[in-house]
Write a protein that binds this ligand. Structure first.
Ligand SMILES: CSC[C@@H](O)[C@@H](O)C(=O)COP(=O)(O)O
Length: 368
């Protein structure tokens, strides 16, 4: 049955009975809320590549359910055959998009289950895989909420907040990352004034962020990407909150193309830029932003997508990187579920991971 509000839908879900991945087709938003069901490897790969499901954490959750669904269809009767098939499917899904580290992070976590449960029959390994995928999603919700609390401590009621792309509920399982402080603040009467960059070329800010914030009753104003300087110059922005696709060990951050422009402008106007980053998006194996692979996407996204008529001359050269890297020097803080990391990030991010390890150890001991 059609629900009234986009916020009442799950961005990503598993239909356990039918063994299908259920997602909102985000390419149809905001015009149409269309729920689609996926089962085949190619369908899941396409959904991620074509941005039907997008945003680093949501991609991770979709990949976790996706690999479980594919594994559950396996007819392999030995562990070796099952694992061989699993690895091929995992590599295939992992090739759908290169920049958001949550994709490989979630798939590696799922593979670890297959390795750890080696001694069990395949049917039991499958049950463990399903639990792990569900836990990845449940964790995503807890993590976003914690990021929201830490983010909220950085702003005050009535503040103007600018965001770029969509790091909202539609990019996660709930709350979003960059929007989590906004949603929690809204519940507590902070009444932020939010500016959402439209985010060319695919308009995630206009189609998704403005849509979900407006649907939640948040005071949101849509601006074109070239207007951030104007609103900051007027003193309307107290902080920038953005999400990320991969944070390197030195704090350099890849996020949607245009984020580094916003950060450079914010630096000029002395507006702090906060990167809202679940630890699943922090890649300590990547030293600096220069080591992050930036996805390049088809020229048509720039020249014709979303337009009734072509917006550029036929045959014109187009450069269409989907992400850019914001230098760590432009970042005031990296807001994680374990607190806010500040420069120097090499040290503070290590401290964040230490807290995470302690937390995992504590929880494991509590269960024993
Ligand atoms: C919480 S989502 C963080 C990022 O993934 C988001 O800001 C972003 O850049 C999304 O890009 P997209 O190409 O739409 O997947």
């Amino acid at each position: 049955m059609q629900k009234e509000n986009i916020m009442d839908y799950d961005t990503v879900a598993l239909d356990e009975e039918k063994n299908e991945l259920v997602i909102i087709d985000q390419t149809k938003l905001p015009g149409k809320i269309e729920i689609i069901r996926l089962k085949e490897a190619k369908e899941i790969w396409d959904a991620i590549y074509l941005l039907k499901v997008r945003g680093a954490p949501a991609i991770g959750v979709a990949a976790a359910y996706g690999i479980y669904i594919l594994a559950a269809e396996s007819s392999a009767d030995t562990y070796e055959a099952f694992y061989e098939e699993f690895k091929k499917k995992k590599e295939y899904l992992n090739s759908s998009r290169p920049t958001a580290v949550n994709l490989s992070w979630a798939l590696n976590r799922m593979e670890q289950v297959v390795l750890d449960k080696k001694e069990l029959p395949v049917a039991e390994i499958l049950a463990c895989l399903k639990e792990e995928a569900k836990e990845i999603q449940a964790e995503d919700i807890r993590v976003c909420k914690a990021i929201g609390e830490y983010g909220l401590s950085l702003v005050k009621p009535g503040d103007g907040i600018l965001t770029h792309c969509n790091a909202g509920q539609l990019a996660t399982s709930k709350y979003g990352t960059a929007t989590a402080p906004i949603y929690l603040g809204e519940e507590r009467g902070y009444h932020f004034r939010v500016f959402a960059d439209e985010t060319r070329p695919l308009l995630q800010g206009a189609r998704l962020t403005a849509f979900e914030l407006q649907s939640s009753g948040v005071d949101v104003t849509l601006i074109c990407d070239n207007m951030s300087s104007s609103v900051m110059q007027k003193g309307w922005v107290n902080a920038v909150f953005v999400g990320c696709d991969r944070v390197a060990a030195n704090g350099d951050t890849a996020n949607k193309i245009g984020t580094s422009v916003v950060a450079a402008v914010a630096d000029h106007y002395k507006v702090p830029v906060y990167i809202c980053a679940p630890t699943s998006t922090i890649d300590m194996d990547t030293k600096t932003g220069a080591d992050i692979k930036i996805e390049e996407r088809p020229a048509e996204e720039v020249t014709e997508m979303w337009y009734k008529e072509r917006m550029a001359p036929e045959g014109v050269k187009v450069y269409n990187p989907a992400f850019d890297v914001t230098d760590h020097e432009l970042i005031a803080g990296i807001v994680t579920e374990y607190g806010v990391a500040r420069a120097p990030y090499e040290t503070s991010l290590k401290e964040i991971f230490k807290k995470k390890e302690e937390d995992i150890r504590r929880k494991k001991n509590g269960r024993q």
